[in-house]
Design a protein around this ligand. Structure first.
Ligand SMILES: [Zn+2]
Length: 245
């Protein structure tokens, strides 16, 4: 792949870079999207019927089991070269912030520190009542495991339909977008909020917008540099050319 010389020098000189990743990055690891993943026993349910506080209130065990199944699905999946390239990029850019909409924890697995997780992480479990995090729990239980502090039900630390995003993560994401020199939008359709508005915030504050995605998105016309294809192929090449060679 050929990268324009001005693009390469721009990246080399930037001190503050933000990357936002979406479902496309996980899909390249073989993880099916939330909406495609309903197979077997779960095919009869719509994700929206399971990923909500209402569903959890109605049938906590059903929702718990669904997440146990999803955690199990993630176990068979590894980070792809795009995840690793971002972890490597973090070592070269003075200030790098990685924002993700993905809940699978693959960026962590690839070694990315200081991640902003807009939608939480299915690998983390917390109390539905008092918010205490739990490191160990049983998935094979008759009923939903309980919080050791207050006895409340445990739930995945993810953002459900109808819930607001974790405020500290959202504020950190907005701040990063507004103050960066270069903003990468990677594997995200550009229609899901707040992802779309983060790229626009960066654009409106003068950042150079770089889009890497399989197909054009609503962001494409506003992007300064557009790369259509797999992030797992484009990012490793880019990191090599810009920072390693
Ligand atoms: Zn509790």
């Amino acid at each position: 792949m050929n990268f324009a010389p001005e693009f390469i020098s721009l990246l080399r000189e930037t001190s503050k870079l933000v990357a936002l990743t979406g479902a496309g990055v996980s899909q390249e690891s073989g993880l099916r999207t939330f909406r495609d993943a309903q197979t077997g026993l779960w095919a009869q349910y719509k994700p929206a019927e399971l990923a909500s506080t209402e569903a959890f209130r109605r049938d906590p065990k059903l929702v718990w089991d669904w997440y146990a199944w999803r955690r199990e699905a993630v176990k068979g999946v590894r980070p792809n070269p795009g995840h690793y390239a971002l972890a490597q990029l973090a070592k070269h850019v003075p200030e790098f912030r990685l924002i993700t909409q993905n809940v699978d924890g693959l960026h962590h697995m690839a070694g990315n520190q200081r991640l902003i997780e807009l939608h939480g992480n299915i690998q983390r479990v917390r109390c539905a009542d008092c918010y205490t995090f739990t490191e160990t729990w049983g998935d094979d239980t008759e009923s939903v495991p309980q919080c050791s502090v207050c006895g409340g039900l445990l739930r995945p630390d993810v953002v459900w339909f109808g819930e607001s995003l974790p405020r500290d993560q959202l504020e950190a994401a907005v701040e990063a977008a507004r103050t960066c020199g270069v903003f990468f939008s990677i594997g995200t359709s550009g229609v899901v909020q707040p992802a779309a508005s983060l790229a626009l915030a960066a654009h409106n504050h003068g950042a150079v917008i770089v889009e890497i995605n399989a197909e054009p998105t609503p962001l494409t016309p506003k992007a300064d540099f557009v790369f259509q294809g797999k992030s797992g192929e484009i990012l490793p090449e880019l990191v090599k050319v810009v920072w390693v060679e």
